[in-house]
Design a protein around this ligand. Structure first.
Ligand code: F0G
Length: 470
């Protein structure tokens, strides 16, 4: 295991507590308690790191700026992990058994073609697909699996649409824990499934969707040998919130006007909201970026709830219940989720920031994805909801042409090559939805289609296909 980062300050007390998010309860629990919801009222938890007490914003900014990113066999975690370099803002002691695979420190791209497509002057893409297992899950898995080791668990489990599974499988293997993964059979891209198998996880496929897997994980999570690594676990959120810190650093400490993320189980938007809020509380930024969450139309329970909120009374008052989508449908399988577990925390963060939660169609997702490809960047389908959503939010005036906009791409393009090939060949459709709704059997129009072309094996035939000077 690489060496340990030094803390910026001395003499701190406990690095935090787990707190119930229900304002009427507010119960606090030790970090050592292996709980995922409040034992008193059943609401979700979040970690209060007591930052106001133990962190000094300007000292931290200097410390973070003084460490180059090396990604070598350096013994200093600050130079290898984009998560552990922010240790002062995380609920861990300096001598924790840190688990890492060089997560974080992901690139920030200019995307001029996507910007123009959306009607923006400029657009930047924070690409979390450039992570050890190719998705944004790795930052949260570094912290969750470290906590699993601290808590003495034997097996880490998760429900997954594929990426959490691949990430858990990798981090558990690194930490010497068993990984057990519950997947909705036939609904996970083969690339993601292959990763979990290769990292040695126990892969359990059930006949049911992600929401059914999630319910099962919550049921088995009370076994003392088991550690639940889904984003309902507040330690996952802690690692994922570091993306907000990276974004602000990469923007040279100028807060973007708008940050846009896909929404599935709502852990990512929760984490980004928490990260920005902590920077604000520490005085490191002077305002929150508007946080916008984009769901796929067929799996959009929170966008539906958001649209129904009275805009005049939109405030911190979070509704008690979310009406789940019973049979969520989208070709962006990563976000095929009807009952997101972190919806309250996510909604709270969006409302505080003044952002929006909307949904986009399958066609909009597919075309936005191809456009991100044309920018030489690429991403998996779920990530492309961001660009599709920005285009829509520009059209409705919620995002202005000259706003400083950052979209978070959550997964690498190679996570779902089958989707890409079918889009470019013009055969992308809901194969299984056809019986219920014949319209869904129609392939989506590939506005930016680029199908492979068959060509005779001769020089002349090949040259005839190329752009050539006249
Ligand atoms: N994008 C990708 C590529 C994802 O894999 C996910 C979620 C999301 C976006 C949505 O993020 O759930 O935090 O709102 N994937 C989970 C999984 C559900 O099991 O891999 P969220």
């Amino acid at each position: 295991m690489p060496g340990r980062p030094a803390r910026a300050e001395k003499g701190h007390a406990e690095p935090g507590v787990q707190r119930c998010i229900n304002p009427a309860c507010g119960a606090a629990y030790s970090l050592h308690e292996r709980i995922y919801v409040c034992p008193r009222c059943g609401e979700t938890l979040e970690i209060d790191c007591g930052l106001a007490r133990r962190a000094n914003g300007s000292a931290l900014r200097k410390l973070w700026g003084s460490h180059p990113v090396l990604r070598t066999a350096s013994k200093d975690l600050r130079e290898t992990s984009g998560v552990w370099r922010y240790l002062e803002l995380l609920p861990f002691e300096a001598n924790a058994p840190f688990v890492t695979l060089f997560e974080g420190n992901t690139p920030f791209f200019d995307a001029p073609r996507s910007a123009e497509y959306c009607g923006l002057a400029a657009l930047r893409l924070k690409h979390q697909g450039y992570s050890p297992t190719g998705s944004f899950k790795d930052t949260g898995m570094a912290t969750a699996i470290t906590q699993a080791v601290i808590s003495g668990a034997r097996t880490a489990v998760c429900a997954s649409t594929g990426n959490t599974a691949a990430s858990l499988a990798a981090y558990a293997a690194r930490a010497g824990l068993q990984a057990a993964i519950l997947l909705p059979r036939g609904q996970v891209s083969s690339s993601k499934l292959a990763q979990s198998l290769d990292y040695g996880a126990l892969v359990l496929e059930i006949d049911g969707n992600f929401d059914a897997c999630m319910r099962l994980v919550q049921e088995i999570g009370d076994d003392p040998s088991i550690y639940v690594a889904n984003s309902i676990n507040p330690f996952r959120i802690e690692g994922q919130k570091t993306v907000a810190f990276e974004i602000v650093e990469q923007c040279n400490w100028r807060v973007p006007d708008q940050v846009v993320v896909p929404g599935g189980n709502m852990g990512n938007s929760t984490a980004l909201g928490k990260g920005f809020q902590e920077l604000l509380d520490l005085g490191l930024i002077d305002r929150l970026p508007k946080l916008n969450v984009i769901q796929a139309e067929g799996a959009a329970p929170l966008a539906r709830l958001f649209a129904a909120l009275d805009s005049k009374t939109r405030s911190d008052a979070i509704p008690e219940k979310l009406e789940p989508v019973e049979n969520p449908q989208t070709l962006a399988t990563a976000i095929k989720i009807g009952a997101p577990v972190s919806w309250k925390k996510s909604l709270r963060a969006v409302l505080r920031s003044g952002g929006q939660i909307i949904s986009v169609s399958e066609q909009e997702i597919a075309d936005a994805k191809a456009m991100i490809g044309r920018d030489s960047i690429g991403c998996e389908p779920a990530s492309a909801t961001t660009v599709a959503g920005i285009k829509k939010l520009v059209a409705t005036g919620h995002i202005r042409q000259h706003d400083d906009v950052v979209a978070v791409l959550t997964g690498h393009a190679l996570k779902d090559p089958d989707y890409m090939i079918r889009y470019h060949e013009g055969t992308l459709s809901f194969a299984s939805g056809a019986k219920e709704d014949p319209r869904q059997a129609q392939p989506l129009a590939g506005a930016f289609r680029n199908a492979p072309q068959r060509v005779a094996a001769t020089k002349a035939a090949i040259l005839s296909k190329l752009e050539r000077p006249r």
